[in-house]
Write a protein that binds this ligand. Structure first.
Ligand SMILES: *[C@@H]1O[C@H](CO)[C@@H](O)[C@H](O)[C@H]1NC(C)=O
Ligand SMILES: *[C@@H]1O[C@H](CO)[C@@H](O)[C@H](O)[C@H]1NC(C)=O
Ligand SMILES: *[C@@H]1O[C@H](CO)[C@@H](O)[C@H](O)[C@H]1NC(C)=O
Ligand SMILES: *[C@@H]1O[C@H](CO)[C@@H](O)[C@H](O)[C@H]1NC(C)=O
Ligand SMILES: [Cu+2]
Length: 508
């Protein structure tokens, strides 16, 4: 059952003219939604945004019982329509889950409040499907789609047993979970004030070549995991000694070169100062320790922030707090930043009208804007109900504006020779004007400052015919770089203005 709850303003309408938009971007109107969007997914076929909080929209229960349902909402950026749906068919309270997009573009939601349950949303049929339970109950874990199409997960003592939350993997083709006993969680624990209940939370996982997974944080120690047989582990050195970065961010802004940007975080989940730290980690082959470079820090310290890779490779960083504490906006960081991979510097962006701290989300939309939302969602009852944010808001990055503050005219993709490709194959694209380059950004999912799906690939392209702007694009041959699933294809104009994306399905 769906009902229309609200009509927001369709995007990019009524943009006021402001000379600074091309420098600091622009916040569009706030759109109310019926819940705190603590988990969000962009659906690859309709480009609608699926979101949820818990079994209720504003709080999660004090008790340990499983309410077995989740209130979800869908926002359609084209029409501005927001709908609500009570999902009980999978018997799953999807509060604080593992979340990733599988090779068929289906959000795969694991554990959380209903610790072992698995729910998969099929957009083509508009149905929620029950997956088989995980081997072990988990909450505050993370998961990543592997190069072979399976889903890997590790950590998550917030729900289920406490400690010993080693890895397991789900194979969607057989519908089974397998233990990966050698994928030990112990080497990735942080020194959290609250012990193992928090120290194995929200690992920064990156799928890489040959079904491997690189764990970049939040622990200062980094690790490699192999996922065949019983699994495999190897230490991968330190990002920065003695500086755990719980609820910081890590984003693979250049997968072809193995580059990951890491940002902020705090030494503990709660009750600790956040940092401004930034590092670039560069992966080569699996099980080879990566190189790590500390770079100029952010302007503002952040934990619980969200970072979104833009089609240009810039990274938009929004929200967070200077002192990690859940369910309060008192120390919220109100100035977003934009990081450039060329200059490796951070530029302050337009001040956010709404604090976005714990339980906030941010995600790239196919029109190259960023949707942010949520924050709050407290326990049992809210000491400070004003920390609950029942809304989303779209940020239009500076690249969409010209120097006068008007929306720039954007390049557009006028045709693609195929919408389904195999890893490593080539395809033909035409654009309405000559463009600088093309990039691929994988459709993402965001919860608890984690989005293991998002990554960016600069595509090799060759101009075939100048008169009609026809290009041959060649995709990377390694599925560990080009993770199978749905990708957004952007054409980037010579002045760095991205097109609206075409959606391409990459099959193994
Ligand atoms: C959702 O559905 C369940 C089962 O039908 C019901 O018990 C619950 O009250 C509903 N919740 C809301 C918020 O509508
Ligand atoms: C891929 O991983 C498997 C299992 O760990 C290993 O046996 C094989 O040598 C690896 N292949 C390459 C090319 O590294
Ligand atoms: C805000 O930060 C200060 C430290 O700068 C800390 O002592 C205080 O507890 C924080 N307040 C909240 C509500 O997090
Ligand atoms: C939930 O926990 C809070 C904090 O301990 C308490 O004040 C509140 O009454 C509880 N709510 C319910 C419904 O049990
Ligand atoms: Cu949570």
């Amino acid at each position: 059952m769906q009902q229309i709850l609200a009509r927001g303003t369709p995007k990019n309408q009524g943009v006021d003219i402001n000379d600074f938009h091309s420098l600091v971007g622009h916040w569009e109107r706030r759109i109310p939604v019926p819940l705190v969007p603590a988990a969000v997914v962009v659906l690859p076929l309709s480009h609608k945004v699926l979101m949820w909080a818990a079994d209720r929209g504003d709080v999660f229960g004090n008790d340990t019982s499983n309410p077995g349902r989740t209130i979800t909402s869908i926002f359609d950026p084209m029409s501005g329509i927001v709908t609500e749906r009570n999902v009980s068919i999978t018997n799953h309270d999807m509060f604080c889950p593992g979340l990733s997009m599988d090779v068929s573009g289906r959000p795969t939601v694991t554990g959380g409040k209903s610790e072992q349950r698995v729910s998969i949303y099929d957009e083509t049929l508009d149905v929620w499907i029950s997956g088989p339970d995980m081997k072990i109950g988990r909450g505050y874990h993370a998961q990543a789609t592997l190069s072979d199409g399976r889903t890997f997960t590790i950590g998550g003592s917030w729900s289920g047993p406490i400690g010993g939350m080693d890895g397991e993997a789900f194979d969607p083709s057989t519908g089974t979970w397998s233990w990966l006993h050698e994928c030990k969680v112990a080497p990735m624990l942080t020194n959290d004030l609250r012990g193992v209940f928090c120290s194995d939370n929200h690992p920064w996982l990156f799928s890489w070549k040959n079904s491997s997974v690189f764990q970049a944080g939040p622990s200062s120690a980094m690790n490699w995991y192999g996922t065949s047989g019983n699994g495999r582990h190897a230490a991968a050195g330190y990002r920065a000694r003695d500086t755990d970065a719980m609820n910081g961010n890590a984003v693979m802004y250049d997968a072809v070169h193995g580059h990951i940007l890491t940002l902020g975080g705090a030494t503990s989940y709660s009750g600790a100062y956040s940092t401004r730290s930034a590092h670039i980690i560069t992966l080569t082959e699996p099980f080879v320790p990566p190189s790590v470079q500390a770079i100029n820090p952010m302007h503002h310290p952040r934990a619980y922030a969200n970072s979104v890779i833009l089609p240009t490779g810039e990274v938009f960083i929004n929200g967070g707090t200077s002192f990690a504490k859940q369910w309060t906006d008192i120390n919220a960081t109100m100035i977003p930043e934009l990081w450039s991979p060329e200059t490796q510097k951070f530029i302050p962006m337009a001040r956010t009208p709404i604090p976005r701290t714990y339980h906030s989300t941010a995600i790239l939309l196919p029109d190259a804007t960023v949707l942010v939302g949520g924050g709050g969602l407290c326990w049992g009852y809210c000491e400070d109900p004003s920390a609950n944010h029942f809304d989303i808001q779209i940020f239009s990055p500076p690249y969409l504006f010209n120097a006068k503050g008007f929306l720039s005219s954007r390049p557009s993709i006028t045709s693609v020779s195929t919408k389904t490709i195999a890893v490593g194959s080539s395809f033909r694209v035409t654009t309405n004007m000559e463009v600088g380059h093309f990039s691929f950004l994988r459709y993402g999912s965001s919860t608890h400052a984690i989005n293991t799906d998002q990554r960016r690939i600069v595509l090799a392209s060759k101009l075939l015919q100048e008169t009609v702007s026809a290009y041959m694009i060649t995709t990377p041959k390694d599925p560990g770089i080009l993770i199978p699933g749905y990708w957004m294809l952007f054409a980037i104009g010579s002045e760095g203005i991205p097109s609206v994306a075409e959606t391409i399905l990459v099959n193994l």
